[in-house]
Design a protein around this ligand. Structure first.
Ligand SMILES: Cc1cc2nc3c(=O)[nH]c(=O)nc-3n(C[C@H](O)[C@H](O)[C@H](O)COP(=O)(O)OP(=O)(O)OC[C@H]3O[C@@H](n4cnc5c(N)ncnc54)[C@H](O)[C@@H]3O)c2cc1C
Length: 403
């Protein structure tokens, strides 16, 4: 009998964890496992705010995929997925066409600009490791140019961050630490620099404990970060952003750098795949399969799951993506054996939001944490994610140990 082909698209937290779990469960001659990813490395999306601010080097947030897969069981293909058709079971990639018996889609997130004019053109987005490098270099370029130009334009030193959600706040925390270093490096007086966080919603970090949010805002404000809350961005231009401050009241913030961190959607390839979706996210069945396609699993940010307790979707997180991957791997093996699949049950351990290298806020297993304790917990979580994929060797190579 022909061995089934398991095709996994994307080597992010969801896809790579699925493969690492599959290679433990499937014998060499039991299936052909193929992993397709755009790059030959995996990047820690949860560390991209650090690479974007320049507090971590881009190579520190990524590692080789070949180093963590079992090459006798998994064929890795470095290619860009160009199209998915679940009706004909065909996946088009830059390295040719693939077909499958079981498909796992783990192609991750894309920035959501909600149709706001100019954002996709003039704002930068913390989307992947190269986009993070671009943000870091862009900010440095603005500082370097300011310090050399004759008629200095102080707006070069203004950074607008769109979004006071998780990634926006984590990025602001890193900027709070990085700006003083940049000022010293480029001889820029600190008072010339403005970092403004603009948020449409009436609050910072929705869903977080109000006391922890208050702590986070206080800490960031102490580092000179300004907050403009309840003031949606209505337009981005090459000069900055226009925000709405009241019924008929607008303000233009002139800025050399605009980073948009206000919302994510699933990968747009989902929209043409033949699977029903909402903003490229698939409302998956309880066992992580795509509705109507029993041989297709969705993992990570492309999957949408409703938390029945709150009747709201679970937030797209690495924590959930890695947990889903364990269920997806087990369910594929169950299908191969003709057994029933199991339901995915998230085990939410809490959330820690970093505010820079030595500060954070966290709600972990019902305990509220701030400052050094929360920051240590964040590093434990980061190292645990490495351990789950590459074991102790990967933790020793890429782990965070500086307290
Ligand atoms: C700044 C920031 C901080 C965050 N902090 C946290 C946190 O503290 N805790 C937490 O739990 N979550 C956090 N998140 C969210 C978390 O990063 C995502 O939920 C997680 O990365 C989703 O995993 P994924 O596997 O779905 O996608 P990803 O990890 O994004 O991986 C997708 C993979 O698919 C590849 N790919 C994409 N398109 C193609 C294509 N066309 N062809 C081939 N390959 C392709 C990509 O290169 C990538 O390797 C953060 C996100 C950001 C941006």
């Amino acid at each position: 009998m022909k061995r089934p082909t398991i095709l996994v698209l994307g080597a992010g937290y969801g896809g790579l964890s699925t493969v690492v779990n599959l290679q433990k469960l499937v014998g060499t001659d039991e299936a052909d496992i193929i992993l397709v990813n755009k790059n030959d490395y995996h990047y820690e999306s949860t560390w991209l705010h650090e690479a974007s601010a320049g507090t971590l080097r881009p190579d520190q947030v990524r590692y080789d995929i070949q180093g963590v897969i079992n090459k006798s069981k998994v064929q890795f293909v470095k290619a860009t997925v160009e199209g998915i058709d679940v009706n004909t079971k065909k996946v088009a990639t830059s390295a040719g066409e693939y077909t499958y018996d079981y498909l796992v889609i783990g192609l991750g997130f894309e920035g959501e600009t909600f149709g706001i004019t100019g954002l996709d053109k003039y704002a930068l987005s913390i989307a992947n490791v190269n986009a993070a490098r671009q943000i870091r270099d862009h900010i440095e370029y603005q500082f370097a140019t300011w310090s050399t130009e004759e008629n200095r334009d102080d707006a070069r030193l203004t950074i607008v961050v769109g979004g006071a959600g998780f990634s926006g706040i984590e990025f602001l925390g890193e900027l709070g630490n990085r700006i003083p270093e940049l000022c010293e490096e480029y001889d820029v007086p600190k008072e010339k620099v403005r970092v403004v966080c603009v948020e449409a919603a009436p609050m910072v970090l929705p869903g977080f404990d109000p006391e922890l949010v208050e702590y986070a805002v206080r800490q960031l404000e102490a580092k000179g970060i300004e907050f403009s809350i309840g003031t949606p961005v209505v337009e981005a231009t090459p000069e900055g952003v226009k925000i709405k401050k009241g019924e008929e009241e607008f303000e233009f913030i002139k800025a050399g750098t605009v980073v948009w961190a206000a919302g994510v959607r699933g990968n747009r390839l989902i929209e043409t795949s033949g699977i029903e979706n909402m903003r490229a996210r698939v409302k998956v069945e309880k066992d992580m399969r795509a509705p109507g396609f029993p041989d297709v699993f969705i993992v990570g940010d492309c999957a949408l799951m409703i938390n029945e307790e709150t009747n709201r979707p679970y937030p797209p997180t690495a924590q959930i993506a890695m947990q889903q991957a364990v269920t997806v791997a087990k369910n594929i093996v169950a299908l191969m054996k003709g057994e029933n699949t199991k339901e995915f049950v998230p085990e939410l351990k809490g959330t820690v939001c970093s505010l820079g290298e030595h500060d954070a806020i966290g709600d972990v297993m019902g305990r509220k944490l701030t400052g050094t304790k929360a920051s240590i917990m964040k590093k434990v979580i980061d190292n645990r994610a490495l351990f789950m994929i590459g074991g102790v060797p990967l933790v020793l190579k890429k782990g965070k140990f500086k307290l």
